[in-house]
Design a protein around this ligand. Structure first.
Ligand code: MIC
Ligand code: SF4
Length: 640
């Protein structure tokens, strides 16, 4: 009899092209679908072009434009035009600027149970809400998947998150994932898939599940997934694609590597306090704290059901005049539904600002709060400065909490909020926005790719020298995010297609002298703590340091996507064995790394000027080491 498998193992087994399904060992997965967004997409497609094949080899690839929609100046629109022409040429579906946020749109229109999806955005696991195995990755990994190559990753451990009970009162799906983040921390999911199971699953609708799988990214998890069941069937039918439904669940006797219990009935409204998504506090403990801005939107909480609940609470009310309320619907479908049901009026009449269906304030593209402003945002990240205001205090909350904060101008005890609105459900007939997508012609060979002057050709990186000599150019602490390494915001993100220009901003929020220093040093190393590189999938956080001459990062531990990006661009990820060495090593210390002697998984000594030694190891496979030695993955795969 076949071995009982959990849902994750089942989908992996169906897509396995290489490796053994033993946690930690490298596996290769066949990828059915890919997605990109504009801020990471231009680089992914430049890389796809360099690989040199005439058409994508996936079942479906979609290119969304949702991040840099501000379009001040020529850079963003030029990027978007490039993406549109690339899509036509290579057989990719194009989602024009303003149609919606990639993850919300993908869930509504394309995600399918049992399929594998990789996306050049860390919140790609949103599609796990319908039972897809959806993983965030760097742009180059996505480019390779579009070229039909397997996606390589360490076989994850599978955690059964057993849900019991049912959400009550003002508790919502956001509070489920905030609770889990409080339990496990921002590195608690590294190397793991969060698989939801148990009797509580059936009580959650697909939009609620998608809120949870989306923010599983903040656990550092490889992905999160729900079974495909009656709720999934209903959702897909309402989205006009009942044929995409298949029932999927773990085998009854399946085993898991770990288990976590969550009693949904015991949850209450929570917030992640500044500046980390795992700093869990109860809303009732924030009672009385002034809130300057509430914002509802982002790929975590911008669904129709979220905004309907918001509208119901705001009906015939006015937000506190000292508080701003920003609302960004996740897609034009959401906006059309709100319009059709007269739900925009309560939002407008209450004083809310309706923003474009895009990422917007979530990534510091507009909507920055006042100095030291306290914000109640329904987003998934509250890293310092990400809002565009360096000293803002961002609390991550549910839409229900955000709207109550906007009404009261402060956080208040949920016990004073009255009766919660009835749980919102999608209507039976949902208007389709499918006509907005641009489907590619059968033959794109004659399509001309249009590039603007800000789209700079890829750099060819040299091999790894046999010996690396240099200084620690920067020492940083634990949980350094890719927002620290390569800041976001409208001005810097406009440079995403121009590595030399964007490199001027590496680590500027952490140490404004960094770029000048590393230039003077002619390259060097970064010393970091635990979970280095958490957060965004932006490969610019590896590419731009590489451009500046960073050849190794020496850290206590690494976040998954950033680790892969370092390998992809030829930067050595070295792991400190003795964590005390982190304390002893200072910024400016001179190191010699015997690069040619590094072997997969083997400890090696680095020489510190003055005679000391520091032992490091690595978790690289032989193939990954080879990639780094060749100067990066593109050098090993490009045809042109
Ligand atoms: C984010 O939420 O940080 C982003 C912006 O969506 C990133 C991608 C990027 O940096 O372009 C992500 O989550 O991967
Ligand atoms: Fe966009 Fe924010 Fe989601 Fe990133 S987290 S994809 S910036 S909405």
């Amino acid at each position: 009899m076949a071995k009982a498998r959990n849902l994750t193992q089942k989908i992996i087994a169906q897509h396995l092209v290489s490796g053994k399904m033993t946690p930690g060992s490298e596996i290769g997965l066949r990828i059915d679908q890919t997605l990109t967004q504009d801020a990471t997409g231009t680089m992914a497609y430049l890389q796809f072009e360099a690989i040199g094949i005439p058409r994508v080899r996936t079942e479906l690839s979609v290119s969304y434009v949702d991040h840099n929609t501000l379009q001040t100046g020529f850079r963003n629109p030029d990027d978007h035009r490039y993406l549109r022409t690339i899509a036509d040429k290579y057989g990719i579906v194009y989602s024009p600027t303003g149609t919606g946020i990639c993850h919300q749109l993908h869930l509504e229109n394309f995600a399918k149970p049992g399929k594998t999806l990789i996306g050049s955005d860390s919140h790609t696991p949103t599609a796990g809400g319908v039972g897809a195995l959806a993983i965030g990755a760097g742009g180059l990994s996505v480019a390779l998947a579009m070229a039909g190559e397997a996606y390589m990753l360490p076989m994850p451990k599978v955690v059964r998150v057993n849900l019991t009970g049912e959400l009550t009162g003002w508790a919502s799906a956001k509070d489920v994932i905030l609770h889990l983040l409080g339990l496990l921390s921002v590195k608690g999911g590294v190397g793991k898939v969060m698989e939801f199971a148990g009797p509580g699953v059936a009580t959650l609708t697909v939009p609620e599940r998608a809120t949870i799988t989306n923010m599983g990214a903040e656990l550092g998890a490889t992905t999160s997934i729900f079974p495909s069941d009656g709720q999934t069937k209903k959702f897909l039918a309402r989205m006009g694609r009942p044929e995409d439904f298949i029932a999927l669940a773990a085998d009854p006797k399946a085993t898991y590597d770990e288990e976590v219990e969550i009693d949904l009935s015991a949850l209450e409204p929570l917030a992640a306090a500044p500046h980390m998504p795992d700093r869990m506090v109860r809303i009732k403990d924030l009672d009385g704290m002034k809130v300057d801005q509430a914002a509802i939107g982002s790929c975590t909480n911008s669904s129709y059901t979220d905004l309907k609940a918001t509208a119901q609470i705001l009906k015939d009310k006015r937000i506190d005049p000292s508080t701003d309320l920003l609302i960004a619907p996740g897609s034009k479908q959401v906006l059309k539904l709100l319009t059709a049901e007269g739900l925009l009026d309560p939002l407008l009449d209450a004083g809310a600002r309706i923003l474009e269906c895009a990422c917007g304030p979530c990534i510091g593209i507009g909507g920055s709060p006042v100095s030291k402003g306290v914000c109640a945002r329904t987003f998934n990240r509250n890293f310092e400065g990400r809002s565009g205001t360096q000293d803002a205090q961002v609390y991550l909350v549910s839409p229900l909490t955000a709207v109550n904060a906007a009404l009261n101008g402060k956080f208040t005890d949920p016990a004073t909020w009255g009766a919660p609105p009835k749980k919102a459900e999608l209507p039976k007939r949902v208007p389709s926005i499918r006509q907005l997508f641009v489907f590619p012609p059968k033959d794109g060979s004659q399509v001309e790719i249009l590039r603007g002057p800000n789209i700079v050709a890829l750099e060819r990186f040299g091999d790894l020298p046999r010996k690396l000599e240099g200084k620690i150019a920067l020492k940083v602490g634990d949980n350094i995010t890719t927002d620290h390494i390569m800041p976001a915001g409208a001005a810097i993100m406009a440079l995403r297609s121009n590595i030399p220009a964007i490199s001027e901003h590496v680590f500027t929020k952490v140490d404004p002298e960094f770029v000048k220093r590393i230039r003077e040093l002619g390259g060097g190393f970064i010393l970091g703590g635990e979970n280095y590189g958490q957060g965004s999938s932006r490969e610019h956080a590896a590419l731009a340091p590489r451009h500046l001459g960073v050849r190794a990062v020496i850290v206590k531990s690494l976040a998954r996507i950033h680790r892969a990006n370092l390998v992809n661009f030829g930067i050595l990820p070295l792991l400190l064995i003795n964590k005390d060495d982190y304390e002893t090593l200072a910024q400016g210390a001179e190191l010699t790394i015997p690069a040619a002697d590094i072997k997969p998984g083997k400890p090696i000594d680095l020489l510190v000027a003055g005679g000391a030694k520091v032992t490091v190891t690595n978790d690289l496979t032989a193939k990954e080491l080879e990639i780094i030695q060749s100067g990066g993955l593109l050098n090993t795969v490009r045809i042109s």
